[in-house]
Ligand binder design. Structure first.
Ligand SMILES: [Zn+2]
Length: 111
């Protein structure tokens, strides 16, 4: 498996996680407070997604070699390109690790 394929798989799982978290929060909210405005529930779901799943994406999508966060690297790039990192780049902007290189677990020690 290449690094690009690995991240595509992670992205599919991440989207599933977001939908699952949103559904659980929405259902729990409706069950606990059935009379509140639906907008309040929608805002709560948005807040949970921002506060809970965004930090996870920060941890999930990091370079396996230099450990850099792609989100942070993306913010340094000029313009707004909303494609996924492995679609707009062919390599890590920091350490030039190619996304076509085989995926191997990040080295836990040292970094
Ligand atoms: Zn890197």
């Amino acid at each position: 498996m290449t690094i690009r394929e690995h991240f595509e798989q992670m992205n599919a799982r991440y989207k599933f996680l977001c939908v699952a978290v949103a559904a659980i929060v929405a259902c729990t909210w409706q069950w606990l407070f059935p009379k509140t405005n639906i907008l309040v529930g929608a805002l709560l779901v948005a807040a949970v997604l921002l506060g809970f799943t965004l930090p996870i994406s920060y941890l999930m999508f990091r370079c396996p070699r230099c450990g850099g966060s792609y989100q942070r690297m993306s913010k340094r790039q000029p313009g707004r390109d909303l494609r996924m990192y492995w679609d707009k780049w062919t390599e890590c902007p920091d350490c030039k690790l190619s996304f076509d290189a085989p995926w191997s677990k990040p080295h836990e020690a040292g970094k």
